[in-house]
Design a protein around this ligand. Structure first.
Ligand SMILES: C=C1C[C@]23C[C@@]1(O)CC[C@H]2[C@@]12CC[C@H](O)[C@@](C)(C(=O)O1)[C@H]2[C@@H]3C(=O)O
Ligand SMILES: O=C(O)CCC(=O)C(=O)O
Ligand SMILES: [Fe+2]
Length: 336
């Protein structure tokens, strides 16, 4: 007789040396966005080189608005399964449950993945008309995407100043472009039964497996439930304490290439919630137009310095990236 195991046993797990507390990292650079001094721009650039990751405070997005949006998201994920399934399976946009992408990755989460450009937010053909998903959620998501896109642009302009690029909007214009190929993701990580019953077997269930983000810059916001980790330069995985009042920004593969490897596209992952509450996160991924050539910025190249990467467009990269598994090194195919 074959025994049917609960679905969680089929999910990837990693060794975490539990029950020893997970390595919490308190050294993440913090950028005050109300401060546009040279020092602040320098903090961003150094953070992009050292970690590919930093925290943003004083960003001007009201906590009241964030709480309202989070409540709408929680309400969406509380809908009966058959209601949510109406927006799946993601291809790549729509509602997904445990399956991530199309190449066999799984995690302990459910999510909604949207395509976004400055004009249009869409989930899939069924919901291009606002009202396709609950209208209240739709309206708030649109407002949120506009706000975080502006935040990402502001940061990219501070980077351009600090790197002395020929134009302040050299990077930001790529994600402001009406053809910008950006996306937005709402993730819900319910409490994981195995994590809650953890008896010290030294393993954690994976919520979202390790990966780098393909785009230019990602902006993450979550509730107070932990689980998010980044990989430091020495290969150590560290936990980032959640902060619902702040945003976490990370460098994506495209910005790594545009800086010829100076900025690091940070490897990150999420461990399933070992909490009675779900982790709820939202991530905006700012990407360039499909036809954009992704190549090192000529003004930062030293004399005689050669590109580490082959010439390619964002469309070439995407075609290749969407055939890969989460943990694959997607830039490998484009190394010279
Ligand atoms: C396994 C995959 C999921 C992903 C597409 C891919 O084939 C490889 C990149 C993955 C990723 C990671 C960051 C973002 O969450 C995402 C939306 C993206 O742009 O690249 C996901 C893709 C996805 O979930 O479809
Ligand atoms: O949900 C999170 O906290 C992070 C998820 C993530 O890295 C992603 O969706 O690319
Ligand atoms: Fe990510």
């Amino acid at each position: 007789m074959t025994m049917v195991l609960p679905v969680v046993h089929n999910l990837p797990q990693i060794k975490t040396c539990k029950p020893t507390p997970i390595n919490t990292f308190t050294g993440i650079p913090v950028v005050d966005l109300s401060d546009h001094t040279h020092a602040s721009k320098n903090t961003i650039v150094n953070a992009c080189k050292e970690f590919g990751f930093f925290k943003v405070i004083n960003h001007g997005i009201s906590m009241n608005f964030l709480t309202k949006l989070e409540q709408e998201i929680v309400n969406f994920f509380k809908l009966p399964q058959q209601e949510k399934d109406k927006w799946g399976s993601p291809n790549p946009f729509g509602y997904g449950n445990k399956n991530i992408g199309l190449n066999g990755d799984v995690g302990w989460l459910e999510y909604l993945l949207f395509s976004t450009n400055p004009q249009l937010l869409s989930l899939n053909s069924k919901s291009i008309i606002p009202g396709g998903i609950q209208e209240s959620l739709w309206i708030l998501v649109n407002e949120y995407v506009t706000a975080v896109r502006n935040m990402a642009c502001e940061v990219l302009e501070m980077i351009a100043d600090e790197l002395h690029l020929e134009a302040r909007d050299k990077l930001s214009k790529l994600i402001r472009d009406e053809k910008s190929d950006s996306c937005f993701r709402l993730n819900n990580y319910p409490p994981c039964p195995d994590q809650l019953q953890e008896t010290g077997n030294g393993r954690s269930v994976i919520g979202f497996g390790e990966h780098t983000d393909p785009q230019i810059m990602s902006v993450l916001r979550s509730n107070e439930v932990s689980g998010f980790q980044i990989c430091l330069k020495d290969g150590a995985w560290v936990s980032i304490p959640p902060d619902p009042t702040s945003f976490f920004l990370n460098v994506g593969d495209s910005l790594q290439v545009m800086t010829n490897g100076r900025f690091k596209s940070v490897k990150h992952r999420v461990l399933a919630a070992d909490n009675l509450k779900s982790r709820v996160s939202m991530i905006y991924f700012g990407g360039p137009p499909l036809s954009e050539k992704i190549t090192p910025l000529s003004s930062i190249m030293e004399e005689g310095e050669e590109s580490l990467y082959k010439e390619y467009t964002w469309s070439d990269y995407k075609n290749s990236a969407y055939k890969t598994k989460l943990s694959d090194n997607r830039l490998e195919n484009f190394l010279k």
